[in-house]
Design a protein around this ligand. Structure first.
Ligand code: ATP
Length: 423
C-alpha cells in the first residue's frame, strides 16, 4: 500500500450516524482517532458529526477535502439503506462502487461460520469505491476502506468502537505513521483543587507565557471540570522522551506557583492520589455518607488495590441510621440538626472508632431539589474528617443539580483527606 500523505498532515474526522445527533448517543470514535493521530504527530483540524443523509455527508466531506490531507470517517458502513458512507465517498471522488468478490466471500463465510446464509442485503457491504484498499474487519462484517486520490487520504471505518479500534491499530496507524511528519505530540494533564479557573489562570499565565514563545511552543489550555481545574499541556517533539522531559520540567515550574492545590501532574484522579497517600502512611479509611449515598465509597473503591486501605463505607441517610451505623448520639441531631458540623464530626468519629481505622469521614448535606431552608439552602454540605489526633470540619455551599452536588461533596471530602495526608 502506498500513502501520499505529506509530512505534518492535517486531519478531519467525520462521525456518521443520525443516532449521534440525538441526546442518547455520543461520538466517542473521534476522541479515540484524535488520540491516535496526535500520538503519531498528525493534528486534527476539525471534527464533524453528520446524520445519515446523503447530501449532508457529501457537503461535509467535500468541505473537509478542501482543507485537510486526511479525512477519517467512522460509521455508516452497515448493510442497510441508511448506511451511506461508501457511496458518498465514491460520489465525492467521481468513482464507481464495484462489488469486491473477496470481500463478498469473506462476509459469506462469516455468516456461514454462525450457521446462517448471508442475507442478500449484506451484499452492499462488499461494494468498494474503485481503487480503494480494503481493511479487513476481524470483529464484524463491514470492512474498512482506505482511499487515496489527488494527494488526499480518506479512511472509512466501522462505527462500533469494538470493531473500529482494532482496525485502526492494526491497519491504519501503521500505514499513516511513516508519512506523518517528523514530530509527535506529547501531552500532560495537571489537576488542581481549591481554586477557581480564573485564579489558576492568573497564577499560571506568567509561568507559561514564555513557553508559548519557545520553539516548539508548549500549548496550554485550562479546563474547569466539576470539582477541579485541569491544565492541559502539549508539545511537539521528535523523540517522545524529549517532549515528556520538557513537560515534566514545565509541570515542576507550575507546582512552584500552585503549591499543594496541584494534586496531580500526570492526570491521576483525586481518589488515586488519596489512595497512594493512605498507602504510604499505612492508614486505612472508613466513611459514613448521607447525602452522597455511597459515592465517596464508590470512588475510593474505583482504584485497583484499594482494599489495602478502604475498610468500609456506610450510607446513613436517616437519622436512625446515623445512630445505628455510626454511633451519632441522637441528642446531637436533635440539638443541631442532621446537616450540621457537630453531626458530621460525630459521623466521622463514630465510623472511625467502629471500624478501628486511622481516618473516618462523615458527609451530611442537602442535595436538593427539596429540603432546603433559609439557613441551610440546597447545596449546603458538611464534611468532617477524623484522625487519631483530632478532626477537621467544613461547611460548604455547592451549586448544581443533585448529581453535581453529590460529586462535589465527595470531591471535597477526598481533597480534605489528601491535604491532611500531605500536611
Ligand atoms: P454496522 O455494520 O455494525 O452497522 P456501521 O459502520 O454501519 O456498522 P453504524 O451503524 O453507523 O456503524 O453504528 C453502529 C453502532 O456503533 C452505533 O449504534 C453506535 O453504538 C456505535 N457508533 C457509531 N458511531 C459511533 C461513534 N462515532 N462513536 C461511538 N460509537 C459509535
Amino acid at each position: 500500500m502506498t500513502c501520499h500523505l505529506k509530512p505534518d498532515a492535517r486531519a478531519v474526522t467525520i462521525a456518521v450516524g443520525s443516532e449521534l445527533l440525538t441526546p442518547d448517543r455520543t461520538d466517542t470514535n473521534s476522541l479515540f482517532v484524535t488520540a491516535r493521530l496526535n500520538a503519531i504527530g498528525i493534528d486534527v483540524a476539525a471534527k464533524h458529526v453528520v446524520g445519515d443523509r446523503r447530501l449532508d455527508l457529501l457537503a461535509v466531506l467535500r468541505e473537509s477535502l478542501d482543507h485537510a490531507d486526511l479525512v477519517i470517517l467512522t460509521g455508516g458502513l452497515g448493510p442497510t439503506a441508511d448506511d451511506i458512507t461508501r457511496a458518498v465517498v465514491a460520489e465525492a471522488f467521481g468513482v464507481p462502487l464495484l462489488e469486491d468478490g473477496i470481500v463478498l466471500e469473506r462476509i459469506r463465510r462469516r455468516f456461514a461460520a454462525r450457521g446462517i446464509a448471508m442475507p442478500e442485503i449484506n451484499r452492499r457491504q462488499a461494494l468498494v469505491p474503485r481503487g480503494a484498499t480494503i481493511l479487513p474487519n476481524e470483529n464484524g462484517t463491514a470492512p474498512g476502506l482506505l482511499f487515496e486520490r489527488d494527494g488526499r487520504t480518506v479512511v472509512l471505518l466501522p462505527g462500533p468502537p469494538r470493531e473500529m479500534h482494532p482496525m485502526f491499530e492494526r491497519f491504519v496507524a501503521e500505514h499513516l505513521a511513516p508519512y506523518a511528519g517528523a514530530t509527535r505530540i506529547v501531552r500532560r494533564v495537571l489537576c488542581i483543587t481549591g481554586r477557581t479557573e480564573s485564579q489558576v489562570d492568573e497564577l499560571v499565565q506568567p509561568v507559561y507565557g514564555p513557553w508559548q514563545q519557545a520553539d516548539p511552543p508548549i500549548a496550554t489550555s485550562i479546563l474547569a471540570t466539576l470539582g477541579q481545574i485541569e491544565l492541559h499541556l502539549s508539545v511537539r517533539a521528535v523523540a517522545p522522551a524529549e517532549g515528556e522531559a520538557r513537560l515534566a520540567r514545565a509541570a515542576a515550574q507550575l507546582r512552584t506557583v500552585l503549591g499543594t492545590d496541584l494534586f496531580s501532574d500526570d492526570g491521576r484522579s483525586l481518589e488515586q492520589v488519596v489512595g497512594e497517600r493512605l498507602l504510604t502512611r499505612r492508614w486505612r479509611i472508613a466513611v459514613a455518607e448521607s447525602c452522597t449515598g455511597g459515592l465517596l465509597s464508590s470512588r475510593l473503591t474505583d482504584v485497583p488495590g484499594s482494599s489495602a486501605y478502604v475498610d468500609r463505607g456506610v450510607v446513613c441517610y436517616s437519622n436512625r441510621a446515623k445512630t445505628d451505623l455510626a454511633d451519632v448520639p441522637p441528642a446531637i441531631i436533635e440539638q443541631h440538626g442532621a446537616v450540621s458540623e457537630p453531626a458530621a464530626v460525630a459521623m466521622a468519629e463514630g465510623i472511625r472508632l467502629r471500624a478501628g481505622v486511622e481516618v473516618g469521614v462523615g458527609i451530611t448535606g442537602i442535595a436538593g431539589p427539596g429540603g432546603g431552608s433559609d439557613t441551610k439552602p440546597v447545596g449546603t454540605v458538611v464534611v468532617a474528617i477524623a484522625y487519631p489526633d483530632g478532626h477537621t470540619v467544613r461547611t460548604m455551599r455547592f451549586v448544581g443539580g443533585r448529581e453535581q452536588i453529590k460529586f462535589q461533596s465527595a470531591q471535597a471530602a477526598l481533597d480534605m483527606v489528601r491535604r491532611h495526608l500531605e500536611g
